[in-house]
Design a protein around this ligand. Structure first.
Ligand code: PLP
Length: 556
């Protein structure tokens, strides 16, 4: 026999078959069976070809044998052609098992995360749900065991689902119990709509302390006070009060746009009686029933503005360090959502979110026709505020509504001047619900002077940054208190000492003329949090000394 015939008879070596087959099989397991389809297709096609060729060869050999006068063996019978595609497609029957397991695992995980967000919003100290399947690990096990691990995965999946159903019963009972307890335990949550920082008037009356003597750490207003140039402008223009305010204050709109920069023009500016008017205005163009998504804790007035026009609020609990988890927020947005409220820098924590994060949400919401309200009231305090603001993107995202005011950074809460930056189309809609003459003439005059006071702006930035670092360091040194990093002029503090609650602390400090913001009224926080505004070194030291006395647990 020739070499070629010998090789042809033997076919490829066994080793070659094994390598080819195991490589393919590995690929099939790694791809959850998808590669099985071409593998079987290839197998059946080759089988058909092989059998056809073999039948032709048999016929040739039979003829040869007959010529020799010999009887050929019985023919193999009719060749049954297999439809390669149909046979290969039958592999579909096992592929869904893998996908089903994958999706069921993923479903349970996101379902639990969603439930956790709800439970954590209401009861931040409680951990309810069991952990679910670590999907990546199980996929890896399945691949490494060439699919066998899939059986274990299926077993775990069924068990975890059962555990989840059982846990749900217990959680139901526990939630009912906690909700009853919570209402009596934390009555301040009920006060959230009347409680704000900066109630120096009420404080002054209650404790009989003259207004200017109150050491107000509660309202995050620039402790340097208003710009002297703004004060002077108000005095010089007091005579304006005999006129109605200008209904179309072109200079003011242009100056505000120029101040914001970022390519914003006067047509993108809408003025309001403080930013609060704008927060309420934006909900007035929404028609109930609708839902508003609010990552919490956050400024309480967003919720109030939504409820006022008949909308429903969906709270999304922010994690411990208040990072903006865009995936969780996107998940909370449904077809019924009309608005999402983001506060950047975030109040009450002072966290600055990157522009990319906010734009990611804006992009997602634009496709769904959802407005994204971005409250940038504290942006000027943040050293990288210019890099984080989304004011320059209102032309690209017509659903963006950026809110600012001169209340915080310019220290003028009493003048009531706020402004929104938005696309012209959105501003046109808002004009229909706008109250006439809501911005008084003196507010405009003071704002123009303040925007031009570069010395005041520089001083505010440098003094507050310096004092904030010192203040945070000293509070941390006390022990029993955790200060969250802040890009603003305030610090959120968590009481880790069991000695006192934020409500008791506020009460005790008040008797010494020190006013702090008890954060128990924020949805998503509790009575272990309080907020303080950065003031002068002397004032801050007074508060630090008082805190030491009230919070520090004596050494054993
Ligand atoms: C985050 C935030 N947004 C808006 C406001 C409303 O401020 P104003 O109406 O004075 O601009 C406040 C006031 O406390 C606030 O903290």
């Amino acid at each position: 026999m020739t070499d070629t015939v010998e090789r042809a008879i033997k076919g490829p070596s066994e080793g070659e078959h094994v390598t080819w087959f195991s490589m393919w099989f590995l690929g099939a397991v790694a791809s959850f069976g998808v590669v099985f389809f071409p593998m079987f297709h290839h197998l059946v096609v080759n089988r058909n070809k092989h059998f056809t060729r073999e039948a032709a060869l048999e016929e040739k050999i039979a003829e040869y044998l007959r010529r020799q006068g010999k009887k050929p063996p019985m023919p193999a019978g009719d060749l049954r052609e297999m439809n390669a595609k149909t046979w290969a497609a039958s592999i579909i029957l096992i592929i869904p098992v893998f996908f089903l397991m994958y999706y069921l695992s993923r479903d349970l995980r996101s379902h639990e995360a969603h439930e956790d967000a709800f439970l954590a919003a209401a009861f931040p100290q409680h951990l309810f749900m069991p952990q679910t399947i670590p999907i990546k690990k199980y996929v890896l096990i399945t691949i490494l065991t060439l699919g066998l691990g899939g059986v274990y995965w299926l077993y775990r999946l069924v068990n975890v689902y059962n555990a989840h159903f059982e846990a749900q019963w217990k959680v139901d009972q526990e939630v009912t119990r906690l909700m009853e307890e919570k209402d009596t335990e934390n009555p301040c949550v009920k006060k959230r709509f009347v409680s704000h920082g900066g109630d120096v008037w009420g404080f002054s009356r209650k404790y009989n302390i003259p207004l200017e003597k109150v050491l107000d750490f509660s309202g995050p207003i620039n402790s340097l006070g208003p710009s002297p140039k703004a004060l002077q402008a108000v005095q010089e223009n007091a005579k304006l009060i005999r006129f109605y305010p200008d209904p179309n204050p072109v200079d003011l709109l242009e100056a505000t746009a120029a101040y914001v920069g970022q390519g914003v023009s006067a047509d993108n500016i809408l003025l309001g009686n403080g930013s609060i008017e704008l927060i309420y205005m934006i909900t007035e163009i929404l028609h109930p029933p609708f839902k508003a998504v609010i990552p919490v804790p956050s400024f309480t007035e967003y919720e109030k503005a939504v409820l006022r026009v008949g909308g429903d609020v969906i709270f999304v609990q922010l994690p411990f360090y208040f990072n903006l988890e865009t995936a969780t927020i996107k998940k909370a947005i449904t077809d019924e959502t009309r608005i999402v409220y983001i506060c950047n820098p975030h109040s009450p924590s002072g966290t600055l979110y990157s522009r990319e994060l906010i734009l990611d949400i804006a992009e997602f919401c634009q496709k769904k026709g959802v407005i994204v309200s971005v409250d940038e009231n504290y942006i000027e305090f943040a050293p990288n505020g210019e890099g984080a603001t989304v004011a320059g993107y209102v032309k690209k995202y017509e659903n963006l509504f950026v809110i600012r005011s001169v209340t915080k950074f310019y220290g003028m809460p009493g003048i009531r001047f706020g402004y929104a930056i938005a696309a012209e189309s959105l501003i046109d809609k808002l004009q229909t619900v706008r109250l006439p003459w809501s911005i008084n003439g003196l507010a405009g005059v003071a704002t123009l002077a303040a925007f031009r006071d570069t010395e005041f702006i520089q001083n505010t930035k440098s003094i507050i940054a310096r004092e904030k670092a010192e203040f945070a360091r000293k509070i941390m040194e006390i022990g029993g208190l955790h200060v969250f990093p802040s890009e603003t002029n305030f610090l959120l503090v968590k009481i880790t000492s069991p000695k006192i609650t934020s409500t008791e602390l506020k009460e005790q400090l008040a008797r010494e003329g020190l006013l702090i913001r008890d954060c128990c009224t924020f949805v998503g926080l509790d009575n272990t949090y309080f907020r303080v505004t950065v003031r002068s070194a002397l004032d801050n030291q007074r508060l630090v000394d008082a805190l030491k006395e009230k919070v520090k647990v004596p050494d054993q």
